[in-house]
Design a protein around this ligand. Structure first.
Ligand code: TRP
Length: 336
């Protein structure tokens, strides 16, 4: 049985990049022989400044989005990270057996902290330790993640391995990264060299899951391209970041290799290709957007799912936490 754990930061307005990069792949992991757990990692979101009311709304919206996109609470455990205190408690225990040198290697911290490292919050620095706890508190064996999280997952493996070794136990499996399908890295519609991002000032740089059909068509029509027609083969996309991005987006939506897309559209101008891409997106996204609107208007359904998810996650997490505490020499909790 594969125990699968993944997390996604709560952001209001999930865009097509988050969807194709993570959530769509999660939907496929809901198999009889897997045990998938998916969480909105609100504690990770706190490592950068957040408006409290916005964070709360974004967390609810992220959970509703997961459900609208096809994560089924009957087949997956859906929960909010902060509803399971064992994540934070295990993170503390791990922070006592993780050398600072391991964290000093983390490239994401270096990028996010930038030049003002002294002003960065301690939580941003120890973020990967909490992520290791998210995974290991469920003794997860497989972790679907994007390319940018591979280093953090490697750290989780190191923490698991060194813990087992230090205490002579076999408590934590070494979690495997699960990079699924075409690595879909969706770029901005305005600049094909920049990742599509919710923080981009221009809403025309991204397609949100909540955009309606007209807006999607308009954004695709206005997406930046170059004056050349589409090439007939993928090699012809070299040095054409915007064209490459649109072809990748089409390929991901149609679930075809880029070569097959170019076999159909090579030699043509962008206009008919963009029209077809917009149609494909609308067909795929409209049902999700509709279901998301329905769920946001019905908070009771989302709350019930979260209550169920938290109960199961807590039961699993508590067991691992208690075993870890005992292994490290903490006095057993009084019963009764
Ligand atoms: N750090 C991940 C990201 O930013 C989110 C995350 C937190 C996560 N905990 C996790 C992903 C555990 C996988 C497993 O994308």
């Amino acid at each position: 049985m594969r125990r699968i754990l993944s997390g996604i930061q709560p952001t209001a307005k999930i865009h097509i990049g988050n969807y194709l990069g993570a959530v769509r792949n999660w939907v496929r992991l809901q198999r009889e022989d897997y045990d998938p757990l998916f969480c909105a990692v609100d504690l990770h979101a706190l490592t950068v400044p957040q408006d409290p009311a916005e964070l709360r709304a974004a967390t609810r919206e992220m959970v509703a989005t997961l459900m609208a996109a096809g994560i089924d609470p009957d087949r997956s455990t859906i929960f909010v990270q902060s509803h399971v205190p064992a994540h934070s408690e295990l993170a503390w225990l791990f922070s006592c057996v993780t050398p600072m040198g391991w964290l000093n290697r983390m490239t994401q911290f270096k990028e996010k902290a930038g030049k003002h490292r002294d002003q960065a919050m301690v939580g941003l620095y120890t973020y990967p330790v909490l992520m290791a706890a998210d995974i290991l508190v469920y003794q997860a064996t497989h972790v679907p993640v994007g390319e940018d999280q591979k280093q953090h997952l490697e750290l989780a493996r190191e923490i698991a391995g060194s813990f087992n070794h230090r205490y002579g136990v076999d408590l934590f499996p070494l979690p495997e990264p699960q990079i699924l399908g075409e690595a879909t890295r969706v770029m901005s519609l305005r600049d094909g060299t920049k990742k599509m991002s919710k923080s981009d000032a221009s809403d025309f740089s991204r397609i949100n899951l909540t955009d309606d059909a007209d807006l999607i068509a308009q954004k695709i029509r206005k997406a930046k391209t170059d004056p050349e027609p589409l090439p007939s083969e993928p090699a012809g996309l070299d040095g054409r970041a915007e064209a490459a991005n649109l072809v990748a987006l089409y390929a991901a939506m149609a679930e075809q290799p880029p070569a097959a897309v170019l076999a159909d559209y090579g030699g043509q101008n962008f206009a008919p290709f963009k029209a077809a891409l917009a149609d494909l997106m609308v067909a795929h996204l409209a049902p999700i957007a509709g279901e998301l609107r329905r769920l946001l208007a019905d908070p009771g359904t989302v709350e019930a799912v979260l209550a169920r998810g938290a109960a199961r996650a807590r039961a699993l997490g508590e067991t691992t936490l208690a075993e870890t505490q005992e292994t490290m020499g903490l006095l057993a909790r009084p019963t009764g």
